[in-house]
Design a protein around this ligand. Structure first.
Ligand code: SF4
Length: 263
């Protein structure tokens, strides 16, 4: 994954902490996207033609099962989580039913998922909190969501967007890689990337931007080797890792292309 270059230390004499240079260095760095406003519009226009209705691939039946699925998906593939949750959600699609299964019961369903013991513990604690403090309903604000055990900012953003239609930008591994690799919104942490992407993604594309970037990263701009010859933005891309300049034909992708590739 491309990361911003870190300047090497120089051998210049040490200066007082109060010099103007020092003060300037302490100011938060303004990031610079490699793309103009018009180029960002064009990139997302093409994504919107390619996938007019992008969807998340985590299976769920209501906001509660979505929160659980997203929390379980940390460091796991969506396909792996879906395999486990299909049976789990059939028997437990509410906080009460999940709580009744108990930690051991949940563990039996999710033990194919990484970190399953800790995740089962969090799911049970999350159900307790939903029942005790939120009337068994999934809360709608980020502040409330991140209070739930096992729910971080990324999970909260996904839930707000997918369950409640709030335009947010959850930064997962694919989004983080693309923002940095393409020099679109470089940042050292997911929070920094989120903040920077929010500044450069055109408003009208923000709602679906998370899914477009994930799907582009999962199926085209892959982690180990980007498939630039299949990329619809190859002519615009400024990544040093790019291998071709000619964009792939811009057509709407058939449904079967979604969900088949392996991460
Ligand atoms: S041209 Fe290559 S590096 Fe650039 S976005 Fe497309 S797949 Fe990724």
């Amino acid at each position: 994954m491309a990361t911003p270059k870190i300047k090497s230390k120089t051998s210049t004499p040490q200066k007082s902490n109060h010099t103007p240079e020092r003060k300037a260095a302490l100011k938060p760095k303004r990031f610079k996207s490699a793309y103009s406003k018009a180029e960002m519009e064009e990139i997302f226009r093409r994504f919107s033609v390619q996938r007019p209705e992008p969807k998340g691939e985590l299976e769920h039946v209501n906001p509660f099962t979505l929160v659980v699925a997203v929390a379980l998906s940390a460091q796991a593939t969506d396909a792996g989580v879906n395999k486990a949750t299909r049976a789990l959600f059939k028997v437990a699609d509410t906080p009460e039913k999940m709580l009744a299964l108990g930690e051991e019961g949940v563990t039996q369903y999710i033990k194919t998922i990484g970190l399953y013991r800790n995740k089962a513990k969090n799911v049970i604690a999350l159900c307790r909190m939903l029942i005790d403090e939120f009337g068994s309903q999934v809360p709608k604000t980020r502040e409330e969501l991140i209070r739930l055990p096992g729910v971080g900012r990324k999970t909260a953003n996904v839930v707000m967007s997918m369950a409640f239609g709030v335009p947010t930008l959850a930064v997962d591994t694919h989004v983080f890689r693309i923002a940095n690799r393409l020099l679109m919104a470089p940042g050292k942490t997911p929070d920094e990337v989120e903040e920077n992407l929010l500044k450069v993604i055109p408003d009208q594309y923000l709602f679906h931007a998370h899914h477009w970037l994930i799907l582009h990263g999962r199926y085209c701009c892959k982690a180990r080797k980007p498939e630039c010859e299949r990329c619809v933005i190859a002519d615009l891309c400024r990544s040093p890792e790019k291998t071709v300049d000619v964009p792939a034909p811009l057509v709407e992708l058939p449904q079967q292309l979604v969900g088949e590739a392996v991460e």
